[in-house]
Design a binder for this molecule. Sequence first.
Ligand SMILES: Nc1ncnc2c1ncn2[C@@H]1O[C@H](COP(=O)(O)OP(=O)(O)OP(=O)(O)O)[C@@H](O)[C@H]1O
Ligand SMILES: CCCCCCCCCCCCC/C=C/[C@@H](O)[C@H](CO)NC(C)=O
Ligand SMILES: [Ca+2]
Length: 595
Amino acid sequence: MDTDAHRLESSLWVGRKRYRAVLNGWHFSWTLLDKQNRDRKTVSVPVSELIGVEEGQVEFQPQKKVTETDRDFTVFSIKRHCKGGGSGVFWTLGRTQFYCPSRDLRDRWVTQLRNALKTHSPSRPHRLLVFINPFGGKKRGRKIYHSLVAPLFELAGISTHVVVTERANQARDHILKKDLTGFDGVVCVGGDGMFSELLHGVIGRTQQEAGLSEHDPTVTLQPCDLHIGIIPAGSTDCVCFATVGVNDPVTSTLHIIIGDSQPLDVCSVHHTSLFVRYSVSLVGYGFYGDVLAESERYRWMGPLRYDFSGCMVFLSNRSYRGKVYFLPADSQLSSPRDNTRCFAGCHVCSESTERLFPQSDSISHTGFLYSTQYSQHSSPWEGEWETVEGEFKCISLTCMSSCCPRSPLGLSPSAHLADGTADLILVRDTHPLGFLTYLHRHTNSQDQFDLPFVEVHRVKAVRFSPPPGEDEAEQLDDPDSGGTVMAEDDGQGETAAGGDWTGSAQHLSARVQERGVVGTKKRAKRDFLCGPCCRRSPSVSVWNCDGELLPFTEVLCRVHGQLVRLFARGIEEEFVTCNGTLGKKNFKGRYITHT
Ligand SMILES: Nc1ncnc2c1ncn2[C@@H]1O[C@H](COP(=O)(O)OP(=O)(O)OP(=O)(O)O)[C@@H](O)[C@H]1O
Ligand SMILES: CCCCCCCCCCCCC/C=C/[C@@H](O)[C@H](CO)NC(C)=O
Ligand SMILES: [Ca+2]
C-alpha cells in the first residue's frame, strides 16, 4: 500500500478479479492485473465525476439497499452512453463494488475518496430549492422528481426544499421575494415555461439586490450567482436540450449534483422604456409567434399541440411587413455560418468570458470571476446599426442554437451559448414550398440558411417596428385588425402583468411598469389566428418569447453576455466522449468542431 495526504494505492478486488487501484488527487483508477501482475484494462474516473462513496455493498436500483460488511465499499460515478446517430450523450449512475483485504484499508479508501471529493469538487451544491410544475408537458413532473431525481440527490448528500407549484409564476415570485439563504441553486422540474420563471426570478432578484433597473436597456445587468438546474418534464425542453444535449432527467440530475456550471447569454426585451421579458432561446415574430398563439387553443393536446398548430399556421401562409434594425457583432470573432458548433469547453465562449469581463478581479461566492469594475458607463450600442425592411415569414432571434428534439441542430446550429451575441434570422416572404423547405431543413442536415430568401446575422441588439399605424393601440382597439386582446382568465392564477389584458396600450404599459414582467401566454390571447379559412389576414403577428406571447409588436432586444449560470456544461461531443464509436460525419456531415 502506498499512501499520503493526496494519494492512495493498493490492491482491491472487484468480484473475483484483482485490481491495482490508485487515487491521485484528481483521478481514481483501477487496473486489472493478470496472474503475472501485468496491467490489463484500466478504468479511470475523474474525482469530479464521483457521485458518492458508501461503506458496504450498496445497490441503488430500483431502491437503495445496503448490506453492511467490513471490507467492502461501493463507488457511484457518472457513466456515459451514446445511442448513436447524433442522439446525444446520456449520463447514468455507474456503480462499482470494491473488496479490500482488511477493514482498515477499506476505511482509508472511503475516507480518502470522500476527502478528494470535498477538495476537488468545491462547487457542488449542498442545498437546493426545487420547484415542480405538476401540469407541465405530460404532467409527469412529480413522478419524474420522486422516482428519478430525489434518490440521486439523497445519495449525493444534497438536501432539498421542494415546492410543488399551485399556480403560474409561483416559482418566480418565490425567488423574488423569499429568503434564499443557504441555497446553492434553484431547480425546476418542468419545461421551458418553468425555466423562464426561474430565469426571471433569479435575474430580477440579482438586479434588485444590486440596485439596477431592468427597464433601462443600456444598463449593464449584474451577472447572477445562483445557479439554475433544469429537470426536463415539459413539452419542448429546448433550454435543457440546447445546454445538455439531451432531455433526460437523470443526465440533468447528475450535472446538478457535480455542480457543473454553464454561463448563458440572455436577451432582454423592451418596449419603449419598459422591460418586457427575458429570453434565452427564441424571440420570434411571424411563424413562431403565430404557432404559439394558435397552440394555446389546443393546450389539451399536450406536446402535440405545437405540431398541430404548426400545420395550421403553415397552411395560413402569412407574412408580415416591418423594419428590423440590428447592431452586428464583431464578425472577426465568429459567424453564424462558420459551420462550427458550440460544444462543452467551447473556446469561442471561454474567450468571450475574458472579453465580457475584462478586469476580472473579484470572486463571487461560487468561485467565478467577475469584474468589480463592471462597466456601467460604456455604451452597449457601440457600432453601426443596420436596417432591413420588407415582408417576412418569420423573424427569429436566438441567443443559443435552440436545438430541441424537433430540431436536433436548432434554429441556428452554429450559435454559441455564452459568447455575448445572438443570431438574427430573417426569412423573407416566399412561396409556401420555399418556406416548407426552410422549415424542413431544421430537421435534417441541410443548411437552412442556404436559401435565397433567408439571411442570418450575428448581433448584439435588435429593434423591430411594424409598419406605421400598426402599433399596439390600434391592434387593441380594432377588432377587425385581428389584433384584439381579449379579457380572458383560465383560472390558473395571477400572472406578472395581471390577468386583465383589456383596455389600452397605455394601460398595458402601466401594468408592465408596475409588475416588471409581462404575463404568460394564458393571458396573451390575441384573437388574430382564425386558421386558413380566415376572412382577412392580420397585418401584424405576435412575438413568441421563449414560449410566452408578448403584448407589444414594437420591441428592442439586447443581449447580455453570460448573465446567468446553469448546472450544465454544454453539449458533449459524441465523437469525443464515446471514443470514436461515431464519426463527426454521422452527427451532421457539414459540421466541424472548434478545438
Ligand atoms: N401549478 C401550476 N398551474 C398552472 N400553471 C403553472 C403551474 N406551475 C407552473 N405553471 C406554468 O405553466 C407553464 C408551462 O409549464 P412548463 O414549461 O413546465 O410546461 P410546458 O409548457 O409543457 O413545456 P414547454 O414550456 O417546454 O413547452 C409555465 O409557463 C408555468 O408558468
Ligand atoms: C416539414 C417539417 C416542419 C418541421 C418544423 C420544425 C421546426 C422546429 C424548430 C424548433 C425551434 C424551437 C425553438 C424553441 C422555442 C422555445 O423557446 C419555445 C418554448 O418552449 N417553444 C415554442 C414551440 O415556441
Ligand atoms: Ca450566444
